[in-house]
Design a protein around this ligand. Structure first.
Ligand code: IPE
Ligand code: IPE
Ligand code: MG
Length: 262
């Protein structure tokens, strides 16, 4: 726990020219945007003889901890995959539980978000979501919109393919209306039609739960993200693992298709 304790004593590095190493983390090279596929909740619960839903509850706690630490070290955005467009395939009891958990979370955490200066955003389709969830999502966005700290971008009813399709449909509609010309449809324009408009692309993608796949998460945006996976289930994901992921990220050479000249 040494790493964890010392983190809370540090002052956030606000000067990008200064390289400070805290327990091996270079605060001048922290990923700006970290995407997290919060997987393994059900298996974690099952391993302890509990029902799957117990794991979802525990997973929500992990997220709170990780967001706080991310903010302390200067991460600007966390995009967290909470419910996918494919997760509707699960038994209705599990889906309902997740929706209720979300509903409770969105009420109970607003004060905490404001205390910690966290700005909440959402990405995903609103279609099919219960009315109460949509209202609470709107309220969470409104209540935290002036916060200037970390952005918590929650992916709810999110699918990367669906996101790209809705962007194409809206682009086609705007082109039909004469608001866009075909030659204007460049990468930058396209990105403005994604849920992540205005946000930098993730630098690091973390997937706990032991699977090495993307599961339809941020397909466009993760083009050059560094990927870090662990067998640990999300409810058992620790601050130390999070810092380890960042350390390993910092040791990697990102080439973006080019060559690194040393
Ligand atoms: C991730 O955990 C949360 C959601 C997909 C809602 P899972 O529920 O997928 O847990 P596992 O992967 O079955 O253990
Ligand atoms: C990805 O996990 C979705 C979320 C974490 C919300 P899944 O459990 O749905 O992914 P697969 O089915 O293992 O690919
Ligand atoms: Mg899973």
């Amino acid at each position: 726990m040494l790493v964890f304790n010392s983190l809370f004593k540090i002052k956030k590095n606000t000067n990008p020219d200064v390289n400070i190493d805290i327990d091996g983390i270079n605060l001048a090279n922290v990923p700006q945007h970290i995407a997290i596929i919060m997987d393994g909740n059900g298996r974690w619960a099952k391993a302890q003889g509990k029902v799957r839903t117990f794991g979802h509850q525990a997973g929500a706690e992990t997220l709170k901890t990780i967001v706080k630490i991310a903010d302390k070290i200067g991460v600007k955005v966390i995009s967290a995959y909470a419910f996918s467009t494919e997760n509707w395939k699960r038994p209705v009891t599990e889906v309902s539980f997740i929706m209720e958990l979300l509903s409770r979370y969105l009420t109970s955490e607003i004060e905490e978000f404001n205390r910690n200066n966290v700005q909440v955003r959402f990405m995903g389709s609103r279609e099919g979501l219960p009315e109460v969830i949509k209202q609470k999502m709107d309220h969470a966005v409104e209540a935290t919109k002036n916060n200037t700290g970390i952005i918590l971008n929650l992916a709810i009813n999110y699918g990367g393919q669906a996101e790209i399709l809705q962007a194409i449909q809206r682009i086609a509609a705007d082109t039909e209306k004469g608001l866009l010309k075909v030659e204007d449809i460049q990468a930058e324009t396209f990105e403005n039609y994604l849920y992540t408009a205005g946000l930098p692309a993730p630098d690091l993608l973390i997937r706990p739960g032991g699977d090495n796949r993307i599961s339809n998460f941020m397909l466009w945006q993760i083009a050059y993200a560094e990927i870090w996976t662990t067998d640990a289930y999300w409810p058992a994901f620790t601050p130390e693992m999070f810092l380890q992921a960042i350390k390993e990220y910092q040791g990697r050479e990102r080439r973006f298709g080019g060559l690194v000249t040393k």
